[in-house]
Design a protein around this ligand. Structure first.
Ligand code: 13P
Ligand code: SF4
Length: 331
């Protein structure tokens, strides 16, 4: 048995590593047994991203789930992401390892309020950022993600857009479509909202040579100072090719794992520890194992809502896959 504090620490970390190996082994057995695929959002804990078959942003993961032939999908992310996978893949079993992992921004738009807004602006198209409930997707004309919001809004024939629920993303999109009027919902991401201009300026003072890359969920006054604004997966490709060795990363802390893996010679800094999404971090390796062990928590969507929500997601995917006319059919 360890006798000193240092020996105890060493013993504990060996125990932890051994437990991690045991969990990984069990996970691979269960994956084979259930014929399951593990998809993980870029914000997940390192240990979860490490065992995933694919990591990505909301758009990449939605697209990937449609192409998968595995009958079971374990979605390491938050509720609306697993729900999108279930909407697009009704024949598959979609599991969310931690049932309390929700997105507070998605709760900021109730479908009844979106419906009321729609009747207030009958000439407008309702664009729903995917960080919303299945019911809101069903009410919307089309969905978007942070990777394609500008493209989706630009492709629409409408001059007026009701954009739900993220006011910061909607405000950012407005820059690129000055001829359209974007009516903003009042929602926001509490995690990105906690990141202030003072945090950014402090980080810039500490890392004067670093470029600043930001997620469009950040506050507008933070976004105007960004060298580049993009989705989480967009950060991977942009930082890879950008002519710099150091980056301040204006998004959730989990993003740093993927960026560092991909660019071992570059340095990535989180401007503030406040950029940690509490619900994204609820999913741990043992919960992923447990979800396959117990086949929990199965995410399902009422069929009538699912069909209408799928139409909004399909329209978005068609635009993203360069088929705007297929997407707009039905307007
Ligand atoms: P991405 O689609 O860019 O991964 O963003 C999802 C999200 O929840 C950001 O907070
Ligand atoms: Fe929702 Fe923000 Fe967490 Fe993304 S980071 S899941 S938008 S609360």
């Amino acid at each position: 048995m360890p006798e000193t504090a240092a020996q105890t620490l060493e013993w504990l970390s060996e125990e932890h590593l051994a437990e991690r190996d045991r969990l990984k082994e069990r996970l691979f057995e269960l994956k084979r047994l259930r014929r399951a695929a593990i998809v993980a959002h870029n914000y997940q804990h390192d240990e979860v991203q490490e065992v995933a078959d694919i990591t990505g942003d909301s758009l990449a993961l939605s697209q990937h789930c449609v192409q998968l032939d595995a009958p079971v999908i374990v979605f390491a992310g938050v509720d609306f992401m697993a729900e999108s996978a279930a909407i697009l893949n009704p024949e598959k079993t979609v599991l969310l390892p931690e049932i309390r992992a929700d997105c507070p921004m998605s709760k900021m738009a109730a479908w009844e309020a979106v419906k009321a807004m729609k009747s207030q602006y009958p000439d407008a198209a309702v664009v729903a950022y995917v960080n919303c409930s299945a019911e809101v997707k069903a009410e919307a004309d089309i969905c978007c993600t942070s990777a394609n919001a500008v493209k989706v809004v630009s492709a629409l024939p409408h001059k007026r857009i009701v954009f739900v629920p993220d006011r910061n993303l909607g405000h950012y999109v407005q820059r690129f479509v000055p001829d359209k009027e974007i009516i903003l919902w009042k929602g926001f991401c509490p995690t990105h909202q906690r990141f202030t201009i003072d945090d950014l300026l402090q980080s810039k003072r500490e890392h004067p040579d670093a470029l600043f890359v930001a997620h469009p969920e950040c506050r507008p006054e933070v976004l105007v100072l960004a060298d580049h604004v993009c989705s989480t997966s967009g950060m991977v490709s942009w930082c890879r090719q950008a002519p710099a060795d150091e980056f301040i990363v204006g998004t959730e802390s989990g993003m740093l794992y993927r960026l560092r893996q991909d660019n071992p010679a570059k340095r990535f800094y989180l401007p503030t520890v406040k950029l940690t999404c509490p619900t994204m971090k609820m999913t741990t390796l043992d919960k992923v194992v447990q979800s396959l062990e117990l086949m929990q928590y199965q995410i399902t969507v009422d069929e009538a809502i699912r069909v209408r929500a799928k139409r909004s997601l399909d329209r978005m995917l068609a635009i993203t896959q360069e088929q705007p006319w297929a997407a707009l059919a039905g307007y």
